[in-house]
Design a protein around this ligand. Structure first.
Ligand code: AMP
Length: 286
């Protein structure tokens, strides 16, 4: 497995592989790799002959310095996990390499970034689109693989790739959950034991809404209230939002008469978690 820490060395490797006619998939991550990331790597291996994982904790997308400082960075474990998973190359630049003095150009996302997470995390998606564009420029992939865990991010990246004529395929992979339903996240390790249990309300709330939907309830306000009640019944949870939106525009809907996704964000102690459930697909009930 090759490890690169500059855009030029990364791009030289990718360009050489492309000249050989090989297809490259990239999996952008912030490290602290878990089974969710590894599911993306497996999907990437099915989509292309060569897999590149990027590991970069992007300061631009953190709107709270404390969250950036607390973000786990177990780089040795991550490299070992990539090796075991059969990854061909890792691109792990430093922040100084990514944003040297004089850096000033950003990718400005549109209205999709103003919804849901947008108002809660000012500047977050502008940081995401900017770093993803840089990572794509360095890795020059044919296909990029993202998780549906970050549903809004996936939607915004798809839009950016279309709008800026990037010419790659973007693939979204279903959420990987713990057996008890908690969506895997690098932030889960920061939950206290009590908050880890409390955090189960997110998937339980989404499942309650999905069950109501499966039972014929189509009214968005009712479905959101069903989910919100579950989360608000947990004293350790501080709910930020429950929304039900159109899967493409991310605009709020009043009735589930089209493919829709319910998304939620809540705090458990000083850890902010997000989760979502697409109402037109079956929830993983393992
Ligand atoms: P992160 O390292 O948190 O920036 O995530 C890197 C990629 O992994 C993103 O595309 C995420 O959506 C995806 N991802 C993170 N957790 C999960 C999960 N539990 N299931 C599926 N994909 C995930």
């Amino acid at each position: 497995m090759q490890v690169f820490d500059t855009p030029d060395s990364m791009r030289a490797w990718s360009q050489a592989r492309r000249v050989e006619g090989r297809r490259i998939a990239v999996v952008p991550t912030m490290g602290a790799l878990h089974e969710g990331h590894l599911a993306l790597v497996r999907a990437a291996s099915d989509l292309a002959e060569l897999v590149v994982v990027t590991i970069f904790v992007n300061p631009l997308q953190f709107n709270q310095p404390a969250d950036l400082d607390a973000y786990p960075r177990p780089i040795d474990d991550d490299l070992a996990a990539c090796r075991t998973a059969g990854v061909d190359a890792v691109y792990a630049p430093t922040a100084a390499v990514m944003y040297p003095p004089g850096f000033q150009t950003h990718v400005e996302p549109g209205v999709l970034a103003g919804r849901l997470e947008g108002p809660m995390r000012p500047g977050h998606f502008r940081g995401v689109t900017t770093v993803v564009m840089k990572l794509l420029a360095a890795t020059v992939p044919h296909v990029a693989v993202f998780g549906r865990k970050d549903f809004q991010q996936l939607t915004i990246v798809r839009r950016m790739v279309a709008d800026l004529d990037v010419g790659i395929e973007v693939v979204g992979i279903p959420i990987v959950r713990e057996p008890d339903g908690l969506a895997l996240s690098s932030r889960n390790v920061r939950l206290t034991a009590d908050d880890r249990i409390a955090a189960l309300v997110l998937s339980r709330a989404l499942r309650a809404a999905a069950d109501a939907h499966a039972g014929g309830e189509l009214d968005a306000a009712d479905l959101k209230a069903t989910a919100a009640r579950v989360i608000e019944a947990e004293p350790r949870a501080r709910l930020e939002y429950v929304e039900l939106v159109d899967v493409e525009s991310l605009a709020a809907i009043e009735r589930v008469d089209r493919p829709a996704v319910m998304l939620t964000a809540a705090w458990f102690g000083d850890v902010r978690l997000i989760d979502n459930l697409e109402l037109d697909s079956r929830m993983d009930r393992r």
